[in-house]
Design a protein around this ligand. Structure first.
Ligand code: AMP
Ligand code: MN
Ligand code: MN
Ligand code: MN
Length: 277
């Protein structure tokens, strides 16, 4: 079984890279992609743990992209982690990320909630500071009951902690991934809260930018999501990927190793690197 989308403490996952790899191996996953937000810092540790656990580690990343003023995620799979163009791109995204975090802290402070940047940064440790860390900080401070609650109350568009952010351009992010020898995958199409026609336009633009694959099956995808994504993969001639988007055991509704098989007739994304050898 393949799981080609998962997070560690290098971004907003709660397991260290080695813990994630061991949990994946224990759940029956044979090939795992570690895809932290805008960072490859966890890949070395994950690779070493994978060699011990007898699991194939696919080096990956999840890049933040702005398309039509919306945030879109593009996963890069089987990348060379030390490629200079990719790393330069990630450094820019990391700078944007840190400026956004400071602004989130300022905005929340203005609304009477001081100290969130410090708590979020502390929770992130050496990893990327994400909205998930702010959400955990606000839960700790008693301003919301759950991380999901925080997104609705504080971090959604129009809410006090929301900061409009300009990430990488689609074609740039896809280019960094391809230059690093990887495959660019449009992540979790249903997560963007777009209508069908917007998702088709997004997928068409992604393909035109050089994108090669689409996540047909994402964590807890419904049958209808899978059917929609299968149609998108066929229409735009994209390879098909599967990934849980696992962030750790706290997400009790999402278990590792529980991914349904890809529908027949789609070309799996891993044929790209498995036939190379
Ligand atoms: P960032 O890249 O810092 O904007 O953080 C994005 C991350 O926040 C996503 O990868 C999810 O892990 C998390 N996230 C986004 N929306 C929600 C939500 N509604 N509920 C829980 N987590 C969310
Ligand atoms: Mn995340
Ligand atoms: Mn994502
Ligand atoms: Mn993700």
């Amino acid at each position: 079984m393949y799981d080609l989308h998962a997070h560690s403490t290098a971004s907003d996952g709660t397991l260290t890279p080695a813990e994630l790899v061991r949990a994946a191996a224990a759940s029956g996953i044979r090939a795992l992609a570690l895809t932290d937000h805008d960072s490859v810092a966890g890949l070395a540790e994950a690779g070493a743990a994978a060699a011990e656990a007898g699991l194939r580690l696919v080096p990956g990343v999840e890049l933040s992209v702005t398309w039509e003023s919306r945030t879109i995620h593009v996963v890069g799979l089987n990348i060379a982690p030390d490629h200079s163009g990719l790393n330069e791109g990630m450094r820019r995204l990391q700078a944007v990320r840190f400026e956004r975090a400071k602004e989130m802290g300022r905005r929340l402070e203005k609304k009477g909630i001081p100290g969130t940047l410090e708590i979020a940064a502390g929770l992130a440790g050496v990893g990327m500071v994400t909205r998930t860390h702010f959400a955990r900080a606000l839960v700790q401070l008693g301003h919301a009951a759950s991380v999901r609650d925080v997104f609705d109350k504080f971090l959604a568009q129009g809410k006090p902690g929301h900061v409009p952010t300009v990430w990488a351009e689609m074609a740039a992010a896809v280019g960094w991934i391809i230059d690093a020898g990887g495959v660019a995958v449009l992540a979790h199409p249903q997560r963007y809260k777009m209508t069908g026609s917007w998702i088709r336009r997004l997928t068409g633009d992604f393909k035109a930018a050089g994108g090669q694959a689409i996540e047909v099956i994402s964590g807890n995808a419904t049958l209808s999501d899978i059917q929609t994504n299968t149609a998108l993969a066929r229409r735009f001639e994209l390879l098909a990927s599967v990934g849980s988007d696992y962030h750790g055991p706290e997400q009790v509704w999402l278990k590792l190793g529980k991914i349904p098989p890809l529908p027949d007739g789609l070309a799996p994304v891993w044929t790209r690197w498995e036939t190379e050898q």
